[in-house]
Design a protein around this ligand. Sequence first.
Ligand code: ATP
Ligand code: MG
Length: 411
Amino acid sequence: MMLRLNPSEHGWMTALSTNAVMDALDADGGGARFVGGAVRNALLGEKVGDIDIATPLTPDEVIRRLTRAGLGAVPTGIAHGTITAISSGKPFEITTLRRDVSTDGRRATIAFTDRWDEDASRRDFTMNAIYAARDGTLFDPTGGQVDIAERRVRFVGDAATRIREDYLRALRLFRFHAWYGRGPIDATALAAARTEKAGLKTLSGERVQKELFRLLQAPDPIPTLQTMESAGILAEILPQPLSIARLSAIRTLLAARGRHPIPAVSLMAMLPNEEAARRASTDLRLSNADRDRLMHIAKRDDGIEASLSQQAARHLIYRLGAARFEDELLLEASETPHDSRWDVLLSEAENWKAPKFPLDGRDAMDAGASEGPAIGRSLKAVEEWWAAENFAPTRPALLRKLKEFLAAGGA
Ligand code: ATP
Ligand code: MG
């Protein structure tokens, strides 16, 4: 196997921000190696995101060294050994080598260690347990490079045991497979995930949401979702019955436009109804923004249909905003994805710039509206007229309309 990553081919290894952190940690034989997603993705030829670093230095020593080097040191998870360094504004997760003392399926009690192989054996997958020194020398105690070459997500150690230690790993299995796997999912891992699936119910909603959303953001999550569905995994974390076909239809519609759905929309696409949307929002502790978005889509009461005229579509886009219009449209369209009129409506949502209503409260007061509610009511009436006229009337015409409205005692 490769034995080395060539730092000159991987800009993140030699960036000034990275060097500052590694200089601080590695001085006087401190010891620090890259690990996790950065090393995995570099070996896979995939984009490298956040950088994780492992070190035998204790968290206190890590903080001392970072501070002495003038870098930011945030104790983001100091109890389990993680300090976030901030270097040129960029975060680096630095974690002291650890071994598990005990586990309960949700969180582990750990002890620090100075042994790299112990640290590797508590990591989840072989492809996530490869360490790279600054010069690119690899330390790969679990044989991760072979699995990377074959794009196989394999547990470090016995799959069922590792899942029982932390049930989230059963979801991470599918997430990493969707992103980086090729061919069918590792049979041993899948069998273990199926056997242990009931444990997923014990996880916090936040952790499940995070994994599920990252899975939904994979380039093509559909085959993996189908595997999870037939193994009964999704039923443990989402209300039933799910429709993966509907999500697939939406993905196809958007893919033709070079786009993909955001996780909340993907999730809603699979759910059967409003009640399920409400349950999933609660169970997964969705953010308020995501919950609102889900519930809007679930209600779908704005009359979006394939036969909408351009004018009617623009009214709706103006009233709902392009994002919400699209959300509802996509769900509607998933029932009849071959109707080419959906594409025309999607183009409208993408390209039409909703105009800004040219009048405001001052105009209403100048026109004689006196108290607060009258201002709002008269503006609203004129705005509706303006929209019905296809947003064509300009400011002078709108001011005339406003005066007419007020004169007629409309406010
Ligand atoms: P990415 O950042 O691209 O999502 P990653 O592999 O870096 O992928 P992180 O969640 O950042 O994922 O975790 C960093 C590393 O920590 C992992 O590569 C893995 O070695 C280890 N790890 C994370 N979560 C777990 C877990 N639940 N069980 C065991 N090891 C874990
Ligand atoms: Mg990471």
